[in-house]
Design a binder for this molecule. Structure first.
Ligand SMILES: Nc1ncnc2c1ncn2[C@@H]1O[C@H](COP(=O)(O)OP(=O)(O)OP(=O)(O)O)[C@@H](O)[C@H]1O
Ligand SMILES: [Mg+2]
Length: 243
């Protein structure tokens, strides 16, 4: 199953009359990893909610494989920035949710949920409730839940923020494996190097719209300093000369 092509054209999103995104144009190719970065409050989570179909646009068009996005779909899975696990369900039962939505038989759900929990390094913790897990462990349960339904598009909002360097690296590798299956990925991150290591393109979101769109060639084992400088400049980071 290939990833979805995402298409935003002249998209404006408002909250209570105040525009957050204005006239945004953006295309994500099937199977592409697009990393999105930008200052806090610029609209990154808003963009993901629009792509997930959770938030209507005030103007413009949003399409997935050419079809207008009118609501949520198991083919477009959103991993939220905030902890979005169901607190009364065990880790296993949380991960099994998208499988239930996909119509997977109950007995098989638990097996597949446990396999995903093992992939994110949580074997043995299947029966824990979210409150009995650490923040980074809950984040990994969310990652497992997002991927378990084999969505054609994965929308991730700072998915690795609460993880130590080594675990983070493992989860980035897992994401690369998922990408290998042809899944389209839109990943929001504040970590410029993470964006440049994972993204086929890195989009910098500023006031209202995109301020930079950088293409990053494969293989990506080290960050190209000139690309990092471009992204940082678009983020408005002060240069060495001016500090
Ligand atoms: N439900 C809402 N009602 C009103 N304003 C909102 C709502 N959700 C978000 N906003 C505002 O819209 C702007 C964009 O929010 P958004 O969550 O998309 O930012 P972000 O880029 O994800 O920021 P961060 O990096 O801090 O997560 C912010 O100014 C925020 O305060
Ligand atoms: Mg956000």
């Amino acid at each position: 199953m290939t990833g979805l092509a995402l298409h935003l054209e002249d998209v404006t999103v408002t909250y209570g009359g105040k525009a957050v995104l204005t006239g945004l144009d953006l295309d994500v190719a099937p199977g592409e990893i697009l990393a999105v970065t930008g200052a806090s409050g610029c609209g990154k989570s808003t963009l993901l909610r629009v792509l997930a179909g959770l938030l209507p646009v005030a103007a413009g068009t949003v399409r997935a494989d050419g079809e207008p996005v009118r609501g949520t779909s198991p083919d477009r899975a959103l991993m939220f920035q905030d902890d979005a696990l169901l607190p009364w369900r065990t880790a296993r039962a949380n991960v099994a949710l998208p499988l239930a939505i996909r119509g997977v038989p109950r007995a098989e759900r638990a097996v597949r949920a446990d396999a995903w929990l093992a992939r994110v390094g949580l074997a043995g913790l299947e029966r824990r409730l979210p409150r009995d897990l650490s923040g980074g462990q809950r984040q990994r349960v969310q990652l497992a839940r997002t991927l378990a339904g084999a969505p054609r598009t994965v929308l991730m909002d700072e998915p690795f923020g609460a993880l130590d360097a080594q675990t983070r690296h493992g989860m980035q590798r897992l994401l690369a494996e998922v990408w290998d299956t042809g899944t389209t990925v839109v990943l929001v991150t504040h970590d410029v190097d993470e964006a440049l290591l994972l993204g086929d393109r890195v989009a910098v979101l500023g006031e209202g719209g995109l301020t930079e769109l950088v293409e990053v060639a494969r293989p990506r084992t080290v960050v190209d300093p000139s690309l990092r400088a471009r992204v940082l400049a678009a983020l408005g980071a002060p240069t060495l000369e001016t500090t």
